[in-house]
Design a protein around this ligand. Sequence first.
Ligand code: ATP
Ligand code: MG
Length: 235
Amino acid sequence: MLTLDNVHTYYGKSHILHGVSIEVGAGEVVGLLGRNGVGKSTTLKTVMGLVRPSEGSVTFEGREIGGMAAHHVAHLGIAWVPEDRRIFRLLTVMENLRTGLDRPGVTEAGRTALLDKIYASFPVLAERRNQAGGTLSGGEQQMLAIARAMMLEPKIILLDEPTEGLMPRMVSQIREIIEVLHRDGVAILLVEQNVPLTLEASERVYIMEKGVVRHHAPAADLRANHAVIHQYLGV
Ligand SMILES: Nc1ncnc2c1ncn2[C@@H]1O[C@H](COP(=O)(O)OP(=O)(O)OP(=O)(O)O)[C@@H](O)[C@H]1O
Ligand SMILES: [Mg+2]
């Protein structure tokens, strides 16, 4: 469904991605692991059209999207939850969620149904629906960011280190949300540094090093053979 083929990306003169190739099938959960600064976030930004690839192609459902404007990419059904979450701190939880509903083709009944579904998956957001986003804990803000992405009813969600800095209890909740999305048939490209979570939640995993994919394997193989993980990630 989503294919990056030999993608090269620059920030100014710095060459960051050196020919990245990654595939995510419809409904598939794919992990992308790598140390700090190897280009994981840049890979997601390239998909979202925030960085233009200088070479290679990015296709979604067979259509070239490399360099397409971000709002067009989103419109095709690709949602992105950035590392810094970017929730609206002064808006309430419900208002944050509603920003994902202001789009053509959603009826009032559809809006209500979507909100109800999100609140059922995230009871804590239902409880805090009238509270300002900025007053939520880090884990709750992460949930709000994911929930807002879900309001767009995307075909795929790009999650950038959703568990970074979260307590173990919150990490398991994020893990459950990934499971719910998976059951709903939403594909996920999961960028993480949390190796156990990624190996557990993903079907296949890519490992990046310095702007290239060094290794690619089914998660089950990596669970059984930790040597590769140790080699590239040092854990
Ligand atoms: N806007 C920018 N301008 C210039 N260089 C950048 C910019 N954003 C990122 N970089 C550089 O590009 C490289 C890859 O960054 P990127 O954020 O993609 O890494 P990452 O794998 O997501 O790292 P982390 O795990 O720390 O989030 C880094 O060397 C970073 O310093
Ligand atoms: Mg990053």
